[in-house]
Design a protein around this ligand. Structure first.
Ligand SMILES: NC(=O)c1ccc[n+]([C@@H]2O[C@H](COP(=O)([O-])OP(=O)(O)OC[C@H]3O[C@@H](n4cnc5c(N)ncnc54)[C@H](O)[C@@H]3O)[C@@H](O)[C@H]2O)c1
Length: 361
């Protein structure tokens, strides 16, 4: 019989309840032993919903639970570092939500703590955990697209600023806006599919053209129709000191490059986005949560094929983390890769602030 794995979740807000808790609860031989949140009402509600025996408002206390094997970190970004490091010091494995940290420097400290305590460290890069992404990865690893020299990674929302006036739009808790919040997903997916090339430089620009208007109390047209969340109203705080759109170009060792764009709010026609890869023998376009279209050379002709979705998502992600704890296997989304993503994000933000390309080491 497989060993029972005992997990805890720190931060039981949106993603805790949508992804981590339900997908641990579904698994046989997995027990949600503890949860932690500073919002006591939410804590009680989630403890009842998932039948959790131990509740905490202080994550440091939760880490004292001997029986805990692994911890999901689902807090605002500014707490990913402190919570993960506390977990590692207590010998717990960690699945940390994206972005891995506020900065690459902080991510390095997290990695060092994981290593020093011999713990697994996985990043919640959800977009890798579905059948389409995995089929495309297999195709690329077989060499079917040849050498991939260019990628486009984008995720564009017309109106979709999460939690206006809350932690998402506050730099001290989120670090940045659209780029670090949703750009991070497609950036990671593209890097992984490209075989984790080494970035050497990035340049970029960021904007905040809509959030500040709403901070001043102005109604931005369209927000009421497709607001985020629907029926959006301004909260008590009107803080918005992050980007609502960003664009960047990343250069890798050799001649490969990647164009990145992300928006929470923009007057864009084609919303959505995804990842598009250009190879010497073929190319592919993946839409988030959808299909992939592949074009490639085959027997002297250029053929097109569709890869249709066949499952995956948060359920595969949480199963994978438990499986890694059980077997000691290296996770599919490693913290080293999460650190590389952070280096690129840092460089795009720095480049936007300095107005010139920034080297990545
Ligand atoms: N992988 C994905 O698809 C995905 C989707 C959404 C969010 N996320 C990431 O998940 C994280 C959480 O996002 P969310 O949307 O769930 O936010 P949220 O605000 O809905 O939930 C965060 C929770 O953390 C709690 N919290 C705050 N300080 C705490 C502390 N000191 N100790 C314990 N709990 C604390 C809050 O009370 C809240 O309940 C973010 O890093 C975000 O980027 C990932």
């Amino acid at each position: 019989m497989p060993r029972r794995i005992r997990v805890g979740v720190v931060g039981v807000g949106g993603i805790g309840d949508v992804a981590h808790l339900p997908n641990y609860a579904k698994q046989k031989d997995v027990e949600i032993t503890a949860i932690c949140d500073v919002d006591e009402k939410r804590l009680v509600e989630m403890a009842e919903k998932y039948q959790v025996p131990n509740v905490y408002t202080d994550y440091r206390k939760m880490m004292e639970l001997d029986e805990l094997d692994g911890v999901s970190v689902c807090t605002p970004n500014s707490l990913h570092g402190p919570v993960s490091i506390a977990a590692f010091k207590a010998g717990k494995h960690v699945c940390c939500e994206k972005p891995l940290a506020m900065t690459a420097r902080e991510a390095e400290k997290m990695l060092a703590a994981a290593e020093a305590n011999n713990c697994l460290f996985m990043v919640g890069f959800t977009m890798r955990f579905n059948s389409v992404s995995q089929a495309v990865k297999k195709l690329i690893d077989k060499g079917a697209l040849g050498e991939i020299y260019y990628a486009k990674a984008g995720i564009l929302r017309q109106r979709g600023i999460p939690g206006f006036g809350g932690w998402f739009t506050t730099a001290s808790m989120a670090k940045g806006g659209a780029l670090i919040d949703i750009g991070v997903h497609v950036l990671d997916l593209a890097l992984w599919l490209m075989g984790s090339p080494e970035p050497v430089a990035a340049s970029g620009q960021t904007w905040a053209k809509f959030g500040p208007r709403m901070s001043k109390g102005e109604r931005v047209p369209g927000m009421e129709k497709i607001g985020w969340p629907p029926g959006f109203t301004l909260g008590k705080s009107r803080t918005f000191d992050v980007d609502d759109m960003a664009s960047g170009l990343v250069r890798f060792r050799g001649d490969a490059a990647l164009h990145l764009e992300a928006s929470w709010c923009a007057n864009v026609i084609d919303q959505g986005g995804g990842v598009e890869l250009f190879g010497t023998k073929g190319g592919v376009k993946l839409s988030p949560g959808g299909t992939a279209t592949v074009i490639r050379e085959s027997k002297g002709a250029l053929v097109t094929e569709e890869i249709k979705p066949a499952g995956g998502g948060y359920d595969w992600e949480m199963q994978h983390f438990v499986q890694c704890i059980r077997t000691g296997k290296q996770p599919l989304a490693t913290a080293e890769q999460g650190l590389r993503v952070m280096k690129i994000l840092d460089a795009v933000y720095k480049s936007a602030a300095r107005g010139k390309e920034v080297a990545i080491r």
